[in-house]
Design a protein around this ligand. Sequence first.
Ligand SMILES: NC(=O)c1ccc[n+]([C@@H]2O[C@H](COP(=O)([O-])OP(=O)(O)OC[C@H]3O[C@@H](n4cnc5c(N)ncnc54)[C@H](OP(=O)(O)O)[C@@H]3O)[C@@H](O)[C@H]2O)c1
Length: 274
Amino acid sequence: MFLVTGATGNVGAEVVSALAKAGEPVRALVRRPDAALPDGAEAALGDLNDPGSLGDALKGVDGVFLLAGYHDMPGMLARAREAGVRRIVLLSGGSAALAKMDNAVSAYMTLAERAVRESGLEWTFLRPRAFMSNALRWLPQLREGDTVRAQFPEVPVACIDPADIAAVAVRALAGGHEGRIHELTGPVALRPADQVAVLAEVLGRDLEFVGLSDEETRAELEASMPREYVEAFWDFYVGGTLDEATVYPTVAEVTGRQPGTFAGWAAAHADAFR
Ligand SMILES: NC(=O)c1ccc[n+]([C@@H]2O[C@H](COP(=O)([O-])OP(=O)(O)OC[C@H]3O[C@@H](n4cnc5c(N)ncnc54)[C@H](OP(=O)(O)O)[C@@H]3O)[C@@H](O)[C@H]2O)c1
């Protein structure tokens, strides 16, 4: 049995679907009993910030697909080990490699990886770069009109389809990837304007791209997240501490097929943009 955390999210839902399609027994950790899940998964209630709530979810589980950044990762991993879990596949990120403890995002990724390493469980770390699904942030603008105003317009990212992260996760959960760190990207680095051009093509809409200035970007970030995360993204994308442009061959190496393109992701999610 595999337990998938974040099962209602962009990556976790893909992991649940992929496991179910492969005929694997899969349990989805959810915080609400009415959470919508892909077919083929049983639901278990629990909160990652409350390890004591995970008892039922962990019963009979061999491997956990785990998100990073929760309050008591060592406590949660100890519960998992006591429950008989053997293997953790951790969804981390590129900034874990920086181990920058003065950067809130890098710090939570680093601490999560450390907790997993120290748990005594078998582990695999997935370090994807920016997700293609981050483009869903533009939905409110696209519902309002045909102009997309984007943050950090000069920053290229080798964005990855969450389904490809899931495909690698499924292989890691099956075993043979213990102690490995998988740096995961899509096939090519794109700037926000490139992504908007692809969206325009796929959606058959004439979209205008506007790059936000640093001041506008900061104001938008401050309105949407705590200050420590604003500073973290500023450090990554204005300070240039995080390289998200380098393309890695890992998805193809692990899955035997090329990673999906942004056009493919956009086509698969076109309905969400309409
Ligand atoms: N976006 C990127 O570019 C990027 C890049 C590298 C790494 N990452 C990492 O990837 C992670 C997952 O991304 P995503 O896009 O799949 O996330 P997402 O779509 O925002 O979904 C987050 C998931 O986590 C669940 N969750 C949140 N708090 C929880 C809690 N306390 N206990 C149990 N479940 C909880 C949510 O469940 P509910 O339905 O109950 O809210 C949801 O299923 C991010 O959090 C980040 O750490 C992201």
